[in-house]
Design a protein around this ligand. Structure first.
Ligand SMILES: C[S@@+](CC[C@H](N)C(=O)[O-])C[C@H]1O[C@@H](n2cnc3c(N)ncnc32)[C@H](O)[C@@H]1O
Length: 207
């Protein structure tokens, strides 16, 4: 059953055009249909690797990313499908999620492989990152929050991107214009690397 669910998600990620149309992969629409009440902690408690393989656009980004031993913040990391592949590349990852089961799975996997991963159980509406990060990654988590809270969180996160660092967002396509506005209003200058469908990647311009 677990393997079947994981395989379904892998198929969805692979087949639904993450590379092709940069839209919202089809499987995510059903899993997020009742998203405000969706119990990810229960899902993670029942299913290993519930969300399947790492998100392909993030894998592509880290294929191109030349910084060694970067500090990476995975915001709403779940069981750590992204955090773990990033740590395997030698980066130091902090993963934050509301779900104790998700963070437990992240820590267990990281410990087994001796990866530099810190897992934090926290509510993102009140969480304040400790220090700055070369990459802040938010994979389909912002849409889980009410609009005001998601924009407030984005503002906080922008302040924790290190000089020349990156903010990588995957979210509902309809939320991206709001995110652009928040980034434009931020006191630092940002350049867009990828902005297509539900993906918005920006880099802080060095002063
Ligand atoms: C669609 S899942 C994405 C998980 C992970 N980023 C991934 O792609 O595998 C959304 C995640 O947001 C987390 N989440 C939702 N609301 C949260 C909150 N207020 N604080 C922290 N995490 C939250 C959920 O527990 C869940 O793991």
């Amino acid at each position: 059953m677990e393997r079947a669910r994981a395989a379904k998600h892998q198929k969805v990620e692979g087949a639904a055009g993450v590379h092709g149309n940069f839209g919202w992969p089809r499987g995510w629409q059903s899993i997020n249909a009742g998203r405000m009440s969706y119990d990810y902690d229960k899902l993670y408690g029942e299913t290993a690797h519930a969300l399947g393989e790492p998100t392909a656009v993030f894998v592509d980004f880290f294929d191109r990313f030349e910084t060694q031993g970067a500090r990476v913040l995975d915001v709403g990391c779940g069981q750590g499908r992204d955090a773990l592949f990033i740590a395997r590349r030698g980066h130091r990852v902090v993963g934050v999620d509301l779900s104790p089961n998700g963070i437990r799975d992240l820590r267990t996997a990281a410990d087994e492989e001796g990866l530099a991963v810190q897992g934090i159980v926290a509510d993102l509406t009140s969480y304040r990152p400790d220090g700055d990060f070369d990459v802040v990654l938010i994979d389909r988590t912002l849409h889980m929050l009410p609009r005001a809270a998601r924009l407030a969180l984005l503002k906080v996160l922008l302040d924790h991107v290190a000089e020349g660092g990156w903010l990588l967002i995957a979210d509902e396509r309809s939320n991206i214009p709001d995110f652009r506005d928040v980034i434009s209003a931020h006191p630092r200058d940002w350049r867009s690397d990828l902005s297509k469908g539900g993906y918005h990647f920006v880099q802080m311009i060095r002063q």
